[in-house]
Design a binder for this molecule. Sequence first.
Ligand code: KG4
Ligand code: ZN
Length: 349
Amino acid sequence: MKVLGIESSCDETSAAVVTDRGEVLSNVVSSQVEQHAPYGGVVPELAARAHLRAIIPVIERALLPLPNRLGEIDAIAFTQGPGLIGALLVGVQAAKAIAFARDIPMIGVDHLLGHLFAVFLRTPDADTDPPKLPFLALLVSGGHTALYEVRDIDKVTLLGQTRDDAAGEAYDKVAKMLGLGYPGGPVIDALSKKGDPRAVLLPRPMAKTPGLDFSFSGLKTAVAHVMRARGDAVNDQVRADVCASFQQAVTDVLIGKSRTALEQRGLHHWVITGGVAANSGLRAAAKIHAAEQGLQLFIPPLRFCTDNAAMIAYAGARLLAKGNLASASAAAFSRSNLGQPLGAACEAP
Ligand code: KG4
Ligand code: ZN
């Protein structure tokens, strides 16, 4: 079975064709980073317009490897939320139009569920063994930071999440503060290598608080105080030291909370996913922790960690196998209630 996936929740327009076994036949991603860079973050209205321009060419390119194009697609999965409503609507409407025209089933996918199952995607150059269910997933992206226990596609439990900024958002805001541009994660990651992670004393927010929630906005404020205190003395070395110290603080918290969750839930398979999973400090620390504790660590290839439609198509295929179909009136939603007890979220699909 082949599923066409469509992703348009934030600043990437993406379409992919994936089999129900997770083989990625195509995965086309059109990034809007350059359009948002001058503003230091994603501008929702610009994002929606860019999706509208990109969606049809991106879908057409994703279908190119199939001799019979749309004729070979058995189902359509689309990101239903969470995300920017104007951006989501473009993907939702495109999916509905194709499903209606071809008379094939469609599946609304929670974007976060896509990230959690991205670890099962396979390409000829990335076909290592996937984790065994159940596993602990640390999802760290620009919009979300959370820990989930994943037992199956329809059995996901939210264990903890950020109470304010996401880890990637903190990276982006600190980079903006240091004048390093957008997106901030890769730049801070690179600069960190030239700095001393012990040079600047920064807090490890909520590290000692019981429970599995995170908080990153205080860390960002602490960096702002450091920069203000240094005043005119900020040079390239100070910037590198601040980056390294900030990265160390974020990493310590993410590893510490993951460790607690793995122990509390008795889990031995550990997945790290989302854009921040690209971070070299986090990857190195996670590898060390996994080796010390005898855990199996799984991090999808970078192209499947950041936003992509292949993960949506695959999660869609698994949902479809459980009979989880979207109706023609399915609406986009801006906030996720993934893994929360029923009634806990304000908006639900
Ligand atoms: O998953 P993603 O592509 O989009 C969201 O769903 O948010 O994640 C993007 C986030 C951005 O905040 C970006 O700064 C961060 O991932 N990021 C990184 C690195 N590469 C991307 N953060 C830290 N280190 C990196 N190397
Ligand atoms: Zn994402």
